[in-house]
Ligand binder design. Structure first.
Ligand code: GLY
Length: 436
């Protein structure tokens, strides 16, 4: 089967890796990702050039397209490809609003009484937003309504000092239309531990994957600026050291009810649904949805698939998804990023990766924001590559992963604490404190 994967990063490398043995694989990426390039027939082109993607897909006679990132989804890549007769793994722009329009997503929870909802308000004027913050009286989270590449959410107590700081940020969002809209969502601040559940969805049925925990802070000990995610881990039983079956099942239920609600609104959801949850004292609450796989979280789950990824994708487009099986192993993923990332990661720096030695540690390499030029791999400023290991325990996977990172050379840094016993114990203790 001819399958086209759209996107340039490590998430798309992981998708390609999961598909390539069973498919004739094509890709469109904005620069040459060496991992994707060697397993697909690739074209360099912008994933936002939707007409260009369509022309290429038609020319290559692809039978299905898998869309990696969210921005082309918002701009209707699936609508365009489907009109041209190419089935897609990815939601239409209307269905993708659960990620691209945060006001739509919160209102959906209220209107369809989906569990896991939280206190919130949507505002397009400073006066009402300010009154909400004052009346609420507790710490809030301020989010632009539209997409900001993961950089728009600010939390009082973390990125914002106090309520006055929150109001200043609201003003900035409204005046500058950050995220493309002059409006904000203001939400209660949730306390707990965050985790991710990803699922394939065929419009009605949802096939959930093992839970994963990402590490958004740039530096060790959860310090420093928020990034796209510096690394992640998963447990071999599909849960997490602080997340039991009951709360995992409750999260999946929230996602199932969301899919039903989106369908009732007239936009059946087909593609990948990423639920980011906070495990709070009283159970999981939804932080946000993404209309795609997570990055890095895709790299924790896709290498463990025992079920054929091609069959899963076919199930999504045909509307008859069946259960997926995952190899029962723990995983650890560590991102190596250019010095200065996320504010000023250096581009054009060479990196050298000894993939054989990494493989000897049981590791896999997923290339991200790099460009292959004249047999060199150069950074482009954002996260460069991820090393992922799977083993019988998180501890074993972490130790192998850490050793494997030594075989990557360049002006890079990574968080060596991701997946360590010490950090996981901190998560467990935090959850115990929250639960009283
Ligand atoms: N891990 C964060 C994201 O995929 O958006």
């Amino acid at each position: 089967m001819k399958i086209l994967v759209v996107g340039t990063g490590a998430r798309e490398h992981a998708i390609c890796q999961a598909l390539h043995e069973e498919a004739e694989l094509y890709s469109i990426m904005s620069n040459q990702n060496p991992g994707i390039a060697r397993i697909s027939q690739f074209k360099i082109g912008s994933e936002m050039d939707i007409e260009g993607v369509k022309e290429h897909a038609l020319k290559m006679r692809v039978e299905m397209a898998v869309i990696g990132p969210e921005a082309p989804l918002e701009h209707g890549i699936v609508d365009t490809l489907q009109e041209a007769g190419i089935p897609c793994v990815g939601p239409t722009s209307q269905a993708a609003r659960i990620e691209t329009d945060k006001a739509f997503m919160r209102d959906l929870f209220e209107e369809h009484k989906i569990p896991g909802s939280i206190a919130y308000g949507v505002f397009d004027n400073l006066k009402d937003a300010g009154d909400f913050i004052d009346d609420f009286g507790e710490d809030v989270v301020v989010k632009p309504v539209g997409l900001t590449g993961g950089k728009g959410v600010k939390i009082v107590g973390e990125h914002l000092k106090d309520s006055e700081d929150a109001k200043t940020y609201v003003k900035k969002i409204i005046n500058n239309k950050i995220g493309g809209h002059a409006s904000v969502v203001i939400e209660e601040r949730l306390l707990g531990e965050e985790f991710t559940v990803q699922a394939m969805v065929d419009g009605d049925n949802l096939v959930p994957m093992p839970a994963v925990q990402d590490h958004p802070h740039a530096y060790e000990g959860d310090q420093g600026p928020i990034t796209g995610g510096m690394g992640s881990y998963s447990e071999k039983n599909g849960l997490l050291p602080f997340l039991d079956q009951k709360n995992y099942d409750a999260s999946v239920k929230v996602m199932e009810k969301t899919i039903k609600a989106v369908k009732k609104e007239g936009n059946p959801y087909k593609g990948v649904l990423y639920g980011q949850f906070m495990l709070c004292r009283d159970g999981p609450r939804l932080v946000e949805y993404n209309a795609r796989f997570g990055d890095p979280e895709a790299m924790n789950v896709l290498p463990l698939l025992e079920t054929s990824m091609v069959e899963l994708c076919q199930g999504v487009v045909d509307g008859n998804l069946k259960k997926a099986q995952f190899h029962p192993q723990a995983t650890v993923c560590k991102y190596l990023v250019p010095k200065g990332y996320p504010e000023s990661g250096k581009a054009g720096q060479p990196i050298r990766v000894d993939e054989e030695k990494i493989e000897a540690e049981g590791g896999m390499v997923f290339y991200a924001a790099v460009n292959q030029k004249n047999n060199k791999v150069l950074t482009t400023g954002s996260r460069a590559l991820a090393v992922v290991t799977a083993a019988n325990s998180i501890q074993d996977a972490e130790e192998r992963c850490e050793r494997a990172t030594k075989y990557v050379q360049g002006d890079l840094y990574h968080r060596s604490d991701v997946g360590t016993n010490e950090l996981i114990e901190k998560r467990i203790q935090h959850m115990k404190e929250i639960s009283g």
